[in-house]
Write a protein that binds this ligand. Structure first.
Ligand SMILES: Cc1cc2nc3c(=O)[nH]c(=O)nc-3n(C[C@H](O)[C@H](O)[C@H](O)COP(=O)(O)O)c2cc1C
Length: 473
């Protein structure tokens, strides 16, 4: 088996590793192991272009889970194997993991592996004379800081949504007074089935938190779509967010945001769009909600799951986005991340335009409303803080600076979206998981190093909190 000797690493990587290990109070070997884990979690195309020293230096180490007690309920799906890694990730962050497995889960992974990794007893039976002499299922549900269901099967979601409690897992979930996070995992047909979608909506309404499911290949050959369980590190991140008891400076602050692309219809089957994925905007909405803000996210069409704790309004066109944003005013802050189409066609055709008619060649375009300028220069309802994004492929600073002035923004977050930035794999920043931005205000230009979109989002949320606090004092 191959092994890595720290001594033989490139000096640049060794230095990054040394600094990070010192900052986190870990050995260099332990830091290297954790950093390679982060690298493994980056999606495959991104991994190919991500220099190792950036992966090592990228993710902040947080001690949010030290001493936290997590009751991990493992359902009977193929993704149960990933819960072994999840247990390891939680334990290496200092969390105590108490596993509960359904009977079906025992068909996929063994009690022995789960118990050994968790270093705790695995609970499987409701009618267990040993565990139930002091009503163990109530203890399991109350002694935890958080209950996590991973994988959450369609069956478990159905039981939870309907108040069934006929085995240990479902009874613990009914008996708890603690927050519950669930990571669904199932075949795409099962996920999109109306019954599952009904249960999903019911559980969200009941205040249950979700992470995923993601879109992708299924274990069953040839099947793809929504239903893949989130990766262990994504689940860890969601757990950290839920257990994060740091101050929430944005409580009581209303923030209106836009994210994603817009689709401008040409005819019933065609539209004008762009490559925006919505990942950066949705990440900012999540980070603001984590700081306690009341976030209203007006989203163009994306493939993303709505962020937890955020009010999402789905729209398609720039005009709809503009109208909804204005209906949502007044607000304390407005952040416009969406890549809004500058133009739409003059009059959408009711019928599919035929090639023979030459209709596509003769499209007439009209300008869309400028959402950022309409809010930044609003006479009576301008939020105290207005932030716009500028995606540029050349002369980044000049364009962003002029946008700041023309549109009445307090900050412009400029990013170079040309595909040759070397960021984010084949598609570049748009669609990728990483970003490199320049923050421009009237008085400063700050170039932030390349980082994950989540880290950019956290920094922007921090900036919003500071700016609104300054205005308040
Ligand atoms: C090979 C195999 C794979 C399965 N994978 C899943 C799955 O990924 N998600 C799911 O919801 N159900 C899956 N099932 C069905 C569940 O195992 C079944 O609904 C079971 O009753 C769930 O029990 P539990 O919710 O108590 O864990 C699978 C079944 C088999 C035989």
């Amino acid at each position: 088996m191959a092994s890595i000797t720290i001594r033989n690493l490139d000096p640049e990587i060794k230095q990054a590793l040394r600094e990070r290990a010192a900052a986190n109070g870990r050995s260099m070997e332990e830091e290297a192991r954790l950093s390679l884990g982060v690298l493994a979690a980056v999606s495959a195309p991104d991994r190919a272009v991500l220099p190792v020293h950036l992966a090592i230096a990228s993710e902040p180490s947080r001690q949010l889970l030290a001493g936290k007690r997590i009751c991990l309920i493992i359902g009977g799906g193929i993704a149960a194997y990933k819960c072994l890694d999840l247990v390891r990730r939680l334990r290496e962050r200092g969390a105590h993991v108490r596993p509960v497995m359904t009977r079906a889960a025992l068909e996929f992974v063994t009690e022995l592996s789960v118990g050994a990794l968790a270093a705790d007893t695995v609970f499987t039976e409701l009618f267990d004379r040993q565990a139930e002499h002091d009503v163990g299922h109530i203890r399991l549900s109350r002694e935890a800081d958080l209950l996590v269901v991973a994988p959450a099967t369609a069956d478990l979601m159905g039981k939870m949504a309907n108040g069934l409690a006929n085995d240990l897992a479902s009874t613990v979930l009914m008996a708890t007074d603690k927050p519950v996070l669930i990571a669904p995992a199932m075949n795409p047909q099962m996920w999109t089935h109306p019954a599952t979608q009904r249960n999903f909506a019911t559980l969200r309404g009941d205040g249950i938190h979700f992470v995923g499911p993601n879109a992708g290949e299924m274990a069953e050959s040839g099947e793809a779509g929504y239903g893949r369980m989130s990766e262990p590190l994504e689940i860890v991140e969601a757990i950290e967010r839920l257990l994060d008891d740091r101050p929430r400076p944005l409580v009581g602050k209303k923030i209106v945001m836009t994210s994603g692309p817009t689709h401008e219809p040409i005819d019933p089957v065609r539209y004008i769009a762009n490559r925006s994925s919505g990942k950066q905007g949705h990440a900012i909405a999540t980070a603001l909600a984590d700081l306690g803000a009341d976030v209203h996210l007006v989203s163009g069409p994306t493939n993303l799951v709505s962020p937890t704790g955020v009010s999402v309004i789905d729209v398609e066109t720039a005009q709809q986005m503009h109208d909804v944003v204005h209906q949502l005013l007044p607000a304390d802050a407005a952040i416009f991340v969406a890549a809004v189409a500058d133009y739409r066609t003059k009059g959408e055709s009711d019928e599919k335009i035929k090639k023979e008619d030459g209709g596509i060649n003769a499209l007439t375009l009209v300008e869309n409303p400028d959402i950022l300028a309409s809010v930044g220069k609003h006479k009576s309802k301008r939020p105290r803080l207005v932030i716009g994004f500028a995606a540029e492929t050349q002369n980044l600073r000049e364009h962003a600076k002029s946008k700041l002035e023309r549109k009445g923004a307090d900050y412009i977050v400029a990013n170079d979206v040309s595909p040759d930035t070397g960021i984010g794999g084949a598609g570049g920043v748009m669609g990728g998981d990483r970003n490199r931005v320049t923050l421009i205000s009237k008085s400063q230009v700050a170039v932030w190093p390349e980082m994950s979109k989540r880290q950019v989002a956290e920094k922007i949320a921090g900036l919003v909190a500071e700016a609104l606090a300054e205005v308040a004092t």
